[in-house]
Each structure stands twice: as C-alpha cells, then as structure tokens.
Write a protein that binds this ligand. Structure first.
Ligand SMILES: [Zn+2]
Length: 284
C-alpha cells in the first residue's frame, strides 16, 4: 500500500537528505510533507533550507512553510511560501490562541493561495525533551502555552474559511482526542494526523518478548461510534530529516498495528496511508 508521510521536520542538515529518503522509500513511503523545527534560541529552519531539501531529492519531499504565530512576520512568510510554490503551512507555537483575531489576515492570505494549513494541536514538547531533536530553551521566555494550541481553537478558523483544508497534528494529543474527533463531525474541511502512535499504548510491566500494545479505549469508542472518521485522518511519522538516527521502522509498524487492531477496512487504510493526503495536496 502506498504511504504518504504528512509530518516531517527538517533541521537543516542536508547531508542526510538522500539517506533519509531512501530509508522511507524502502518502507513504502512515496512522498512526505516536510517543514522546519525550532532550535533552542527560538529560531527555526529557514524556508530556503526546506525548499533546498525538496530540490535535493526530487519527487519525494513536499515542502511546507513553518510559522510561529506572533513571533515572526507571518504575512511575509506566507507571501514567500506562495512565491516559492509551496502547497502548505505548518503552524506551531502561538503567542495567543490560534483563533485570535490578530491571526485572521494570515489565514485569509493562506486561504486565498489555496494552502493546506497544518496546526500543531495538544500538549507541545516540554523540558523532558531537553537536549533532544527539538529546541525548547526559548519556551519560558516566549511564555509558550499548549493551551493556545487546543484543537477547539481551529473551530473558528474552519468556519471562517470553509474551503481551506485544515489539519490538526496529533489528534489533540492525549488530552483532547474527544474535542478533536467531535470537530470532524461538524466541519468538513477539518482533518487530523495521528502522529505518532496516538491510537495505542503499551501496557506497563509487559514482560520482555510479549506484545503489550492495546488500542486506547477512548480511540476505540470514537472509531466504533463513527465519530473518528478515518477518511479524515492522515499518517505522519513526526521524524526529523537531518537526524542521522532517523528510521521509519517503528512508526510504520505502529501504523500497521493501529489500523489492524482498530479493525479498519481496506478502504479506510488506503485513505489514512495515502488517499486523503494525496487529494489534499493535489497528487494524482
Ligand atoms: Zn511535529
């Protein structure tokens, strides 16, 4: 089955580009959406670097602009993304809630340019991730709040721009699955990615050699009741291009496990792995 990875970060290390793409292709991933990541000082990978990555490996990476709302000139960034022919924008870290009036001109420009808008939703990496792949030292100074990135803040944006595809990353991440899934029911232009492993947990104290993976009961209920429509869910690995240790193995095995264990139909699996994302991005 063809796979489109809708959630990749890039740290600017171009030397890993080919090796990364080769590993993902080996796993069945034919295309992947990629955007920047924040460093410890709060700066992030430039749009130029993300564009250069896409050029380096033709026909694989789909570049999105990476925007921190309220911390940079996002209108200028959207204009640059349009002029570069980017198909989408990734929003993460917002000085105010995503649906603050201040940000609406940015969304309006994005909607006019037919951009796909991906928003981080749910709790964001904190100081547990210190010295990891994502910078976090700026978060205190910037007064970062995960609450600004609640899925429900996408509700107002989805209503104002009903033709703009809006994707929430991480399905609201643990705290807000119900909120995220219930929004799918009421807004046809909303989608969520399932990065990464959001549908299951591993039972603690599982003896070595045994499989302790279980579908979360909340996800099971949302799927069985029809609220969590898999035609509106996208696969993402949330991996970092440029990380020499990057490997798609776990995320691809998890994707397969979660869809099987949930009881997804073949048609639903195809929608999650490829169909819906390809349609949003205009890929035949
Ligand atoms: Zn991410």
């Amino acid at each position: 089955m063809r796979i489109l990875d809708f959630h990749l970060h890039y740290n600017g290390n171009i030397d890993e580009a080919e090796r990364f793409a080769a590993l993902w292709r080996e796993g069945g991933v034919q295309k992947a959406v990629v955007f920047g990541l924040n460093f410890n000082d709060g700066s992030h990978t430039s749009m130029r670097d993300v564009a250069a990555l896409a050029v380096r490996v033709p026909d694989f990476f789909i570049p999105f602009a990476y925007l921190n709302l309220g911390y940079e000139d996002c209108m200028a960034q959207v204009r640059e993304a349009v002029s570069r022919g980017f198909k989408g924008l990734k929003f993460i870290y917002a000085a105010k809630p995503y649906d603050d009036d201040e940000y609406f001109p940015i969304y309006e420009a994005a909607a006019k340019a037919n951009m796909v808008c991906l928003f981080h939703t749910g709790i964001v990496i904190g100081n547990v991730g210190k010295s990891g792949l994502h910078g976090i030292d700026f978060q205190g100074k910037w007064r970062i709040s995960s609450n600004h990135m609640r899925p429900m803040h996408l509700d107002r944006i989805a209503r104002a721009f009903p033709d703009m595809p809006i994707v929430g990353a991480h399905l609201g991440a643990e705290s807000w699955y119900e909120e995220a899934a219930s929004m799918l029911h009421w807004q046809t232009n909303l989608y969520f990615d399932m990065s990464i492993g959001q549908f299951h947990y591993t039972r603690k104290n599982t003896p070595e050699g045994q499989d302790g993976r279980v579908i979360k009961s909340r996800i099971r209920e949302l799927y069985d009741s029809g609220t969590l429509d898999l035609h509106r869910i996208l696969f993402g690995s949330d991996s970092v291009v440029g990380n020499p240790d990057a490997n798609p193995g776990w995320s691809l095995r998890t994707l397969k496990f979660e869809l099987e264990a949930l009881g997804a139909t073949e048609e639903e699996k195809e929608a999650v792995c490829w169909g819906t994302a390809a349609r949003l991005l205009g890929i035949p």
